[in-house]
Design a binder for this molecule. Structure first.
Ligand code: NAD
Length: 261
């Protein structure tokens, strides 16, 4: 029960990694609010954790929706200790060569709007409560925040941007609030949504042989699943363990960069 009496807000907590983080935090004694654009997914998670989870349907690109999520979290649980910015979409490795000229701006705006701007807006909305609780923020990065090949140029640029955001936010919010990142590698069994602006609504992550790919390319030679990534968030959120950590980004990717030749 490392998170007893702690309260977290997780964006994109309705599915995949975010859902696994919610489940792990509840298991560790926390109460959790979710902001997600899918009311159905929220309902599923909330009903699985009656009393410990509240959900708010909204879009992370909206300042009002982020403020509403923080307000509902505080209304339900009295405070906010940890913000977890996690909601994201993928570009399905879209190359610049393949993207039409008349769609590229919309694609950039959609992906960066969710994956980077959405984190900044959530942080802005959460700041007053995190300041009160002397809490912390954790953001989901990706192997694509550190290396090429985890997405197209747009996704990789957004995830590199998240690392810059984490560092500047840690600098700006010290000494009151710590800000860190977790950079997971591929998540077996996940189904990250594509970009509507590139007509990727029907793309399915599950069509990719991701599990097999991970076994082939990772030095650890296995696929990793969402629940295996959730402990890193507990580490950064646990007030007893994370004292010195701010501006840190944990490579948590099965050693993608450690393969060598
Ligand atoms: P997922 O699609 O399973 O979950 C993402 C959740 O975010 C969904 O519930 C979705 O409804 C929500 N969401 C998407 N856009 C939103 C918006 N505009 N407003 C509110 N909610 C929105 O994806 P996942 O695989 O769990 O990915 C979570 C995070 O992990 C993302 O930041 C992603 O970039 C990162 N990541 C994923 C992988 C992977 O292999 N899936 C690898 C590295 C990093």
């Amino acid at each position: 029960m490392r998170m007893k009496d702690q309260v977290a807000l997780v964006t994109g907590g309705g599915s995949g990694l975010g859902k696994a983080i919610v489940e792990r935090f509840v298991k560790e004694g926390a109460r959790v609010a979710i902001l997600d654009r899918s009311p159905e997914r929220i309902e599923e998670v909330v009903s699985a954790h009656q009393g410990a989870v509240v959900g708010v349907a909204g879009d992370v690109r909206s300042m009002d929706d982020n403020k509403n999520a923080v307000a509902e979290c505080v209304k339900a649980f009295g405070k906010l200790d940890t913000l977890i910015g996690n909601a994201g979409v993928w570009d399905y490795n879209a190359t610049l060569a393949s993207a039409d000229d008349d769609r590229i701006s919309d694609a950039i705006n959609e992906l960066i709007g969710i994956n980077l701007n959405g984190y900044i807006l959530a942080a802005k909305a959460a700041l007053p409560e995190l300041y009160k609780s002397k809490g912390n923020a954790i953001f989901t990065v990706s192997n694509a925040g550190l290396y090429p090949g985890g997405g197209g140029v747009i996704y990789t640029a957004a995830k590199h941007g998240v690392i810059g955001m984490i560092k500047q936010m840690a600098h700006e919010w010290a000494p009151h609030i710590r800000v860190n990142g977790v950079a997971p590698g591929g998540i077996g069994g996940s189904n990250l949504a594509g970009l509507a602006s590139l007509s990727q609504e029907n793309n399915s992550f599950s069509d990719l042989p991701l599990d097999d790919l991970m076994k082939q390319i990772l030095p650890l030679e296995k696929a990793f699943y969402a629940d295996e990534y959730a402990g890193a968030y507990v580490f950064f959120a646990d007030r007893n363990d994370n004292g010195p950590a701010t501006g840190a980004v944990l490579n948590f990717d099965g050693g993608i960069g450690m393969r060598g030749f």
